[in-house]
Design a protein around this ligand. Structure first.
Ligand code: AMP
Length: 302
């Protein structure tokens, strides 16, 4: 089943203790699409400026990613710059330039309107809602991400978008900020009152946690000796998670648990190198091999 995503397609400047890149293809929807395309066909909705390089477009087209919904306009692409701390756990945003996203009015190509799996990646909440409204009927699963930038600047719009999604997928500090609760389980209960029935908390090197009416399910992060750059790990997690669910056409408890593992697998590959570098070289066989390693990693007898 095809999967629709709206979010940023951007150029990023990245700095970590392992190095620096001045300008590389990034954006939440980019990491999401490249990850999800290992599992299923992806319909991408975003906007790019006239500085968008044809090689970067080719890189998306080469995969199972439809770019009819990728609008080109005059101006510059979304630009984001970030720097990571010594242990890679903290990040400061140095620059966020919305550029062409500031005036973006998404219009879904007709063939995208029947998508049953929808992911609203990190972007202005009113754009997320705009896209969801154009989907015909009720999607089988609508999930969304957001970040401190939108929680602080557009809280009311964000609350409105939250009413229309099944899953909220955010990191631990965003969970605490949105719910004003430090404890993640209490935060989940608080967030359920805002609309979503499932919360997925991405916890960086501590893995990820899913909370819903059935209870709690946790996966560790894959232990890596030399992580290089966490940029896009959360979006890759979301891509693996949603891509897997769309590929099996199920949202059962068992499928959600496997989706958590595939999300962690994709996130773990992303942090191995800078930007998209590792994802672009990744093979399906490596994904399945790492998923099997996850099963071993968490198996025990009582
Ligand atoms: P992550 O590391 O998963 O939080 O995602 C990093 C990606 O998100 C980068 O490639 C950025 O281009 C993009 N990004 C950063 N800030 C924003 C924002 N305010 N809205 C949308 N995308 C963003």
């Amino acid at each position: 089943m095809s999967l629709l995503v709206v979010g940023s397609v951007a150029y990023d400047a990245l700095e970590s203790p392992y190095g620096k890149v001045e300008r590389t293809l990034g954006g939440a929807a980019t990491y999401f699409s490249v990850s999800a395309a290992f599992f299923t066909h992806v319909n991408l909705v975003a906007v790019v400026g006239d500085d968008f390089h044809p090689d970067d477009e080719a890189l998306l087209c080469k995969r199972s990613i439809d770019v009819e919904g990728l609008e080109r306009t005059t101006g510059k692409c979304f630009f984001w710059a970030g720097r990571y701390s010594e242990n890679l756990n903290e990040r400061v945003t140095l620059t966020t330039e919305l550029n062409v996203f500031a005036a973006f009015k998404p219009r879904l190509p007709e063939k995208y309107r029947y998508s049953k799996y929808v992911f609203l990646a990190n972007i202005a909440p009113d754009l997320q809602r705009d896209v969801l409204k154009q989907v015909k009927g009720t999607p089988k699963l609508a999930a969304m991400d957001t970040m401190n930038y939108w929680i602080e600047r557009t809280n009311e719009e964000l609350r409105e978008t939250l009413k229309h999604v099944d899953i909220l997928m955010i990191n631990d500090s965003e969970t605490r900020q949105l719910s004003s609760e430090h404890n993640l389980l209490r935060a989940a209960r608080h967030i359920f009152k805002m609309g979503p029935s499932t919360l997925v908390v991405k916890r960086g090197e501590y893995g990820a946690m899913l909370v819903d009416k059935h209870g709690v399910f946790c996966v560790p992060a894959f232990p890596l000796e030399e992580p290089h750059d966490p940029t896009g790990a959360g979006d890759s997690f979301a891509g693996g998670f949603m891509g897997y669910l769309a590929s099996v056409g199920s949202t059962s408890d068992a499928a959600l648990r496997r989706a958590m593992v595939y999300g962690s697998v994709l996130g773990s590959f992303t942090v191995e190198r800078f930007g998209l570098e590792r994802l672009l070289k990744l093979k399906r066989s490596e994904i399945h091999a790492r998923a099997r390693q996850f099963a071993k990693l968490t198996q025990f007898k009582l």
